[in-house]
Every structure is written in C-alpha cells, then in structure tokens.
Design a protein around this ligand. Structure first.
Ligand code: ZN
Length: 277
C-alpha cells in the first residue's frame, strides 16, 4: 500500500482557474486520476489496511478528502465574486454520470467537518460572506448518498475568529495550543460525540488536525491513549507523502491542493512517484 491521500478546501475560491479554485481542481483531478488508471477508494480503507484489519489490494489507489465542511462541499453556490461553483459532491455525481458506475466503483470523498454550530456561524459571518454557508443540514444527505463520509475536524477548529482564551484556557488561533486533557476532550472528544448524534447510527472514526497543526501532545499521548475510546481509528496530517503500512496512525500524511500541488502536471508527478516501483 502506497496511497496518496489528497485534500481540498471548498472555501478555496480565488478565481476560476485550477491554481486558485479547489472545485475546478477537484473536477479536473477526478479525470486525471481516472486517465492514469488509478482507483479512488475511501480514506477509511487506507486506515483499515494500516491497522491490519483488511488485506485489500490497494496498489495504484488514491483517497480523496476535503476539510472545513462548508456548504461548498455539497451545494452548488453562487460565489459573490467568482460566480457559480460546482460542489465536490456534484463533481463526484457528474463524474459518475459521465463514466458510469463501473469506472470508479469505490468513488468516495471524506469530508472533515467542524462540529460546533456557534463556531460555524461565526466563521460564516467573519470569514465567508454571512450567507449561512457553514451549515450541518447537508451532512446526513451527503452521507446517505453513498459517495461521502462525514468525519471529525474538531469542535471549533480552535479558530482565530473565536474569543480568546476559549474554554479550559485555550489560546485561540492555533491547534498546537491544544495541549492538555481537558482541551483535547473539548476539541476532539466533544466533536466525536456531537457528530455521532447528528449522524446516528453512523459514528465518525477519523480525525484531521486543524491548520495541519500536528500536535505532539495529541499525536503521541492523547490520541493513542484516548482516541480508540472516543471511537477514532486514525488522524490525518499534511505530511505530503503517500500513506503506507509504516505511516503513523495518528499522523497519516496527506497532500494539500494549492500547497503541495497547484497544477494537473504537479499532481501527475505526485501520483506517478507514488506508483513507481
Ligand atoms: Zn481546517
């Protein structure tokens, strides 16, 4: 297993060219992955393999994820400057419609969402344009559609738009700040609980670190100690390497669109390098 896990952000919309728009990139990348003869599989499959639960053939596979859980993941929305944006979910459906179900039978996207309704509302007002685009309304529909998993991107991203200090003395704006048990319970366990309530009977099993801040306390202490008890199988970071059997379960690497690659050619390079013998 040597699986690149790719990451997109639905709110990355700066123009309508590949390099500044994760929706344009995502739709193009689906086609590129398919053209290269690679198979898209759920991120959970990569984790199951890493934990030795399964022995699937995951050669020449790719997993797709997206972060922050804005409505741009699911709804086609009219961006105030850049016009109509086709959601990740719509892009998956369009791919399916174009190529048929047998082309990528395991086509899947893992969407890491922020739990706290108040934090989402605040982000919508302060970081987006105040049109209620950080809802949870679409989570269940996305999951029930079979192409998307909803997973844990923390309680409130410890986002800088929130009043500081937050609960348990948490200095805002940085996920490295989550450095004791009470803070980790607040940011991760609380989110597990909330998402499980929202998505019952499904429970989230994957976490990804906000800002890509892979925190040593969480990675080496809290998650190994408490992760499985709160239902977590693994945590994703941004290590820009393929996931392999040697990957750290609590820091499974991912590649970030717009950072680790900004063109189809660069992504092709990443995918080909991962699949070189
Ligand atoms: Zn994030």
């Amino acid at each position: 297993m040597q699986v690149p896990v790719l990451t997109y952000h639905g709110v990355n919309i700066d123009g309508n060219a590949y390099a500044g728009n994760d929706h344009v990139a995502f739709a193009a990348d689906l086609e590129l992955i398919h053209e290269l003869g690679l198979r898209i599989v759920p991120a959970q499959w990569v984790v199951d393999q890493l934990l030795g639960r399964t022995q699937r053939d995951l050669r020449r596979c790719v997993a797709l994820t997206c972060d922050d859980g804005s409505n741009f993941d699911y709804d086609d929305l009219d961006h105030p400057t850049h016009g109509r944006q086709i959601s990740f979910h719509s892009a998956l459906r369009a791919f399916r419609a174009r190529h048929g179900e047998r082309a990528q039978p395991d086509l899947h996207l893992t969407s890491f969402v922020i739990a706290d309704p108040f934090a989402r509302k605040r982000m919508d007002e302060q970081c987006l344009v105040g049109r209620d685009w950080m809802q949870s309304r679409w989570w269940r529909a996305a999951r029930d559609g079979g192409l998307v998993a909803i997973e844990n991107h923390s309680w409130d991203h410890n986002h800088p738009c929130l009043a500081t200090p937050g609960p348990h003395g948490l200095a805002r704006g940085d996920f490295h700040a989550v450095a004791d048990d009470a803070q980790a319970e607040f940011e991760i366990a609380q989110s597990q609980h909330f998402l499980a309530q929202q998505l019952a009977p499904h429970a989230p099993r994957l976490f990804c670190y906000p800002f890509g801040h892979v925190n040593d306390f969480l990675r080496t202490d809290w998650l190994p100690r408490r992760g499985p008890a709160v239902g977590l199988d693994a945590a994703f970071g941004d290590g820009a390497a393929p996931a392999t059997p040697a990957s750290d379960r609590w820091n499974v690497p991912r590649y970030i669109c717009g950072w680790h690659w900004r063109s189809p050619e660069a992504l092709r390079g990443i995918l080909e390098a991962a699949n070189r013998e």
